[in-house]
Each structure stands twice: as C-alpha cells, then as structure tokens.
Design a protein around this ligand. Structure first.
Ligand SMILES: *[C@@H]1O[C@H](CO)[C@@H](O)[C@H](O)[C@H]1NC(C)=O
Ligand SMILES: *[C@@H]1O[C@H](CO)[C@@H](O)[C@H](O)[C@H]1NC(C)=O
Length: 432
C-alpha cells in the first residue's frame, strides 16, 4: 500500500515536472557525475533519532534549530558551551504535513538563546540524546564570511560543492533557491535534509525558495511551497514580513534581504510593500553592507531563462527600490552556471547600482546551462558554466572580497575574484 502510494505520487510528480521543465534549456548531463541522487543511509537512525538537523539565525542573538523524527519526541533542545554538558534548554513546537499519499515525520522547531557571538555551542535534540551536534555563532562585528551557492540538488556534484564549502571556514550560508530538487517526490526532501545535515547543523543556513520549491499540482495539491515552508522556517516574523517567502536579517554589519521570485512582487503587492518598509529601516551605520538574494536572475546572458517574467518582470518592478537604497550585490540562482556583472541600473553600467551575480551552479541533476548570448554583453564581466560555489568575505565597512571556486579545482583556487567597496562608503553614491 505504502509503496503503491509512493509510486502514484512519483508518477504524478514526474508528469508535472516534465511539463514545467520543458521551458528549461539546460539538460546536458555533466560528464562523470551523472544524475544519480545521493541517498544517505538511514539505518543508523532510530524512530526518535533526530535527523535532518539545520539551524538558522533569528534576531540578533538567537538560533532556530529544526529537526525531524519519525515518531513523536519532545521539541526540546539542550545546549551549552562545552561538550556533554547541557546547562540550558528550550522548548518549541512540532508539526507535520501531508502531500498526496506522503506524511512527513515530526518536524520540530525550537528557538534557543540569547547566545554569545563567535562561540561554539554543543546541543542535542529531543529525547534521544545519543547524537550530539555543535555549531558556531557568527561574529557580532566584521569581518564575516558567507558561503553562497544556489540550485544545490543532491548529486555527486552537490556532495563536492558541500565538501568545498565545509572546508572554506564560512560563518553563514546563503542559498538563493532550489534546494532538494525533490520535485513532488517528498522522500527526496528527507534525503536532502540528511545530505546537508553535517553542514547545516553547524552553521546557520539562510535560504530563499526557487521554482523547484513550488510543488503545486492543480486541483490535487493546489497550495504552493508546502514542504519548503514546513521544513525551512526562516525568520520572517522578526523582520515584519507576513510570509516565509521573503524576509531579512542582519549579521555583523550586513543587512541581507531574501526575496521570493514565485510570489507577487508587483507594485502594491505585499512583498513590494514589505521590501519598501524593510529598506527604509536599513541603517548603513549599523550595516554598511546591503545584500539581496533572489532565485530568478534580473540580469543574465545565458540562453537559459532569457526574459522570463520572474526575472525580467521582477527587475522592472523592484529595481528602482534597490538602486535608490544603494544595494551592494544581488545574488541569484536558477541559471545553472556562474556569471558576474558589473554594477548596473536599468541595463546600463552604473557605479551606484548593485553588482549582479548568478550562482546557480551548486550541483543539481539537470546539468549545466552551457549556451550564452554572443557576443558577451559589456555589462557581463565573467561567465562560465561549471559547478562551483561563491565566497563573500566582508573584511570591514568599506572592503569585501568576492570569489568563485570551481568544484573541479582545489578549493583554494579562485577562478574569479574581485574586491568590492561598499556603496555606502562611496561619496558619489552615498545619500544616506
Ligand atoms: C537513538 O539514536 C541512535 C543514534 O542515532 C540510534 O542508533 C537509536 O536507534 C536511537 N533510538 C531510538 C529509540 O530512536
Ligand atoms: C579595510 O580593508 C581593506 C582591505 O584589506 C584595507 O585596505 C583598508 O585599509 C581597511 N579599512 C580600514 C578602515 O581598516
């Protein structure tokens, strides 16, 4: 029965995936690393073992811990600053969701803190205490290092991306959408949770959603983002947003805004009004750096996703807000390749506009998007279809180093690198 249910779910899922992927243009399977999904073994997990643990920043000194158990177990986290001793504890909530024939495990959601900055905490979850985890809180002041990678999926390329990121010495992960590529087949959300756990239980993972998170099927499952919202609760309440699909947070002198490409963004929409209000709250004295993440790129010289409404329509609707606020960088995913643009506004190079970077090359099963518009537009500085990941090291209030690293190289090799100075520190742009 259970197997039949799953097969049915998969059949329906595949039918819809095929329909909605038809517009994508990147199907060249990458050499050697075929589309095989990596399913981590589950036999070491008991029915109340915490699994799929991930953490995310909440407010200025708290952390949300989320994990899943197969059977009921308390939503309690015990933690402290040395291993094996748990002086503090916090309790949160538990829920689950249904998707066609699939019923999720018990999803636990607990916020802990206040926590000290730049400190390692040891913690355990629920009533099975045999797995101890640890994480490091980010610094309260600059410098800080972000890992940036979108369109992760769960292939051998993903594994290689994760390996590179885990050795990079990052403080916070930023993911501009397309996480598991479960594509309606819900157990793949669970395997993704287990695949990323070694990293996502140790450093905050701040994510926004892509088209692969929508998982809406007309009539039979009309509600979008069910699994994403249930499993990846981001701190939207704390940033005055009504929905998990867009929010912001501040860490060590950086204000980060996460936007949603697949929910209304036009002038007058809830997201637009929230963005306006959020930008008005930014203080460049408190946070000299201002970043935005979104799934569908606003600038793109790859032939994949050229002119899509999610990218181009959103750019038309929101670009002026970001320009007027002097946003430093816009990171996007969606196109499975790497591309860095110069500072832009309204299609033209503009010294006071954001740098646009597409970093949709985390390792998904659809392959790389290898075809580009020719000739390369002048505003596009560097483009390459290889799997990899980005690193954004904010050194101080004025200087930051962006670098892009291919999976094919040693992790220390920077295939692309640029020093950026903050727009807030540029007198010609500074209107703050
Ligand atoms: C407790 O966790 C350990 C390690 O994950 C696992 O081997 C054991 O089966 C778990 N016990 C239960 C009852 O879940
Ligand atoms: C900020 O960092 C850059 C690059 O390391 C350095 O040249 C500059 O002097 C630093 N500024 C301050 C105020 O420390």
């Amino acid at each position: 029965m259970a197997i039949r249910g799953q097969l049915l779910t998969m059949a329906i899922g595949f039918a819809f995936t095929a329909a909605f992927l038809r517009s994508a243009v990147c199907f060249n399977p990458p050499p050697q690393h075929d589309a095989l999904d990596v399913l981590p073994p589950t036999n070491y997990l008991g029915s109340i073992s915490p699994q799929q643990v991930h953490i995310s920043l909440v407010g200025k000194d708290k952390m949300r811990i989320m994990w899943i158990t197969q059977h009921a177990s308390p939503a309690t986290v015990e933690y402290d600053t040395s291993a094996g001793t748990y002086g503090y504890s916090a309790t949160g909530s538990t829920y689950s969701y249904e998707y066609l024939m699939y019923k999720s495990g018990e999803i636990h959601d607990v916020v802990i803190g206040p926590l000290e900055p730049n400190t390692v905490y040891y913690y355990r979850c629920g009533s099975n205490s045999s797995r101890e985890f640890s994480f490091k809180t980010p610094p309260v002041q600059l410098p800080i290092t972000f890992a940036v990678a979108g369109d992760l999926g769960q292939t051998r390329w993903t594994k290689s991306t994760l390996q590179h990121i885990s050795r990079s010495g990052y403080d916070v992960m930023l993911l501009p959408g397309d996480l598991s590529y479960a594509d309606f087949n819900q157990p793949l959300w669970d395997s993704f949770g287990r695949l990323v756990e070694p990293l996502s239980s140790q450093r905050p993972w701040m994510v926004t959603q892509g088209n692969h998170e929508i998982e809406k099927i007309p009539v039979i499952h009309a509600h979008p983002f069910t699994s994403y919202n249930a499993r990846w609760h981001m701190p939207f309440e704390e940033s005055g947003s009504n929905y998990n699909l867009y929010y912001s947070f501040e860490v060590a002198g950086v204000h980060v805004i996460m936007l949603g490409s697949y929910t209304s963004f036009e002038a007058g929409s809830d997201q637009y009004k929230w963005l306006e209000a959020d930008l008005a709250k930014v203080s460049r004295e408190r946070t000299p750096w201002l970043l935005v993440l979104v799934h569908a790129p606003w600038y793109n010289s790859n032939t994949a996703h050229q002119g899509d409404y999610e990218g181009e329509g959103m750019r038309k609707a929101m670009e002026k807000l970001l320009f007027d606020a002097r946003v430093d960088i816009v990171f996007a995913g969606h196109v499975h390749a790497y591309e860095r643009f110069t500072r832009i506004y309204e299609g033209q190079a503009n010294a006071c506009g954001p740098v646009h970077i597409t970093i949709g090359d985390g390792g998904n099963r659809e392959g790389l998007c290898r075809r580009y518009l020719d000739p390369q537009p002048q505003i596009s500085v560097f483009r390459e279809a290889s799997f990899g990941r980005g690193q954004f090291q904010v050194v101080n209030a004025t200087h930051a180093l962006w670098s892009w690293h291919r999976n094919d190289d040693d992790e220390t090799v920077r295939a692309d690198m640029v020093w950026l100075s903050s727009l807030a520190s540029d007198p010609a742009c500074n209107r703050m």
